[in-house]
Design a protein around this ligand. Structure first.
Ligand SMILES: [Zn+2]
Length: 373
């Protein structure tokens, strides 16, 4: 993984590059970010940069012996520990090492995937993954080995918050007396669940969620998603690139048009048309119904913000500006709160298998009232 392959995050990349260039490489670093963020990708790009034989100012070279191995995640000095569980093919002694081949393919496919994706990938079904107490022996072994060919030996632990206490204690001992030329990269989604003693021994690298602009750029460049769809997906993905990737495969309908038509019919009290629309709503299927209501909520929030101060909404696709401007005149904090509650209730009922047509029509009646109030 190279820094250049990760969308955006110029400030974090700069910080990481500088630490290597100034030889201030902390022996334990904690990459904190939420699900679908760039924390794992950045840790991998950082590891690649650390051991690159021809480092550039802004990235690893990508073609030296070290980079070539890092690109395929087969560098002998790059060690991985991640949550696993027993599966159909690994029926006992579920340790990271047993899943290394799967892990490489999984990561190379896309480093923004989340724990649930990994569990599905290894066939864990409904089992929870963790980093078992037996993993502590592996950690100690990694730490005691000399680097084979690189300057640094790297131990990357994905989701250290899922460590069994015995494994966490083994890690703590290693952090207290760090082996020479060994760098621990902890990639976490929930740093508050780590031992305070581990936390205090790591240097934090806070990785923010992806911005809408970064998500849109990625969807267009990597997945050839049309601009209007990319805007819609970014609105729903809330900074998770993995959520955006999934949405780009799932969303089939144009939520914006549907939302505009819905609000217009509600405002005009055209309930005959609302009932017609409820058929289309039903046809979306439950997951898309939920996604649409979620989209409607986000859109409402955007319109409200726009009405307060247009500068609060940095991105509006050209095709949507006219609607947002007009609709913002109808939305005030008081009715926005009621509308938000109504959409939230609709989402709740759909999630609990209520009849989608009835939910849609009921909500429309309330929304019509609130839009006029
Ligand atoms: Zn290189």
């Amino acid at each position: 993984m190279l820094f250049s392959q990760i969308p955006g995050h110029p400030e974090t990349k700069k910080l990481l590059l500088k630490s290597v260039q100034n030889q201030h490489v902390a022996h334990a670093q904690l990459f904190i970010g939420s699900d679908g963020s760039a924390n794992l990708a950045l840790a991998l790009a950082y590891a690649t940069y650390l051991n690159c034989e021809e480092r550039g100012e802004e990235d690893a070279c990508g073609h030296c012996a070290s980079c070539t191995k890092m690109n395929r995640l087969v560098h002998p000095d790059m060690n991985f520990v991640m949550p696993v569980t027993t599966t159909k093919s690994v029926t006992k002694d579920a340790l990271s090492q047993s899943f290394l081949t799967d892990w490489r393919v999984f990561l190379l496919e896309n480093p923004y995937q989340i724990l649930n994706d990994w569990m599905q990938y290894i066939g864990a079904e409904n089992k929870q993954g963790n980093i078992s107490k037996d993993e502590s022996r592996q950690l100690v072994r990694f730490a005691s080995l000399k680097a084979f060919e690189a300057e640094f030996k790297i131990i990357l632990i994905w989701l250290p918050e899922l460590m069994h206490p015995a494994a966490a204690n083994a890690l703590l001992k290693l952090l207290e007396e760090p082996p020479a030329k060994t760098i621990f990269l902890l990639v976490s989604n929930a740093a508050d669940k780590l031992l305070a003693t581990i936390l205090s021994r790591t240097q934090k690298v806070t990785v923010r969620a992806f911005s809408d602009e970064e998500v849109i750029g990625y969807l267009q460049a990597e997945l050839q998603v049309p601009e209007a769809d990319a805007f819609q997906i970014a609105n729903l993905a809330e900074g998770s690139l993995q959520a955006a990737r999934k949405l780009s495969q799932e969303l089939t309908s144009d939520f914006f048009d549907f939302f505009v038509k819905w609000m217009r019919n509600c405002y005009a009290y055209k309930f005959g048309e609302v009932v017609e629309m409820s058929d289309n709503f039903q046809k979306l299927g439950r997951e898309n119904q939920k996604a649409f209501l979620h989209y409607a909520l986000n859109n409402l929030r955007r319109v409200l913000l726009y009405g307060v101060d247009a500068r609060l909404v940095p991105f509006i696709p050209p095709a949507e500006i006219d609607f947002v401007t007009k609709f913002s005149k109808l939305i005030r904090p008081a009715n926005a709160a009621l509308l938000t509650e109504e959409l939230g209730n609709a989402h709740y009922h759909i999630e609990r298998n209520a009849n989608p047509k009835i939910v849609f029509v009921d909500s429309s009646i309330q929304i019509a009232k609130y839009l006029k109030s």
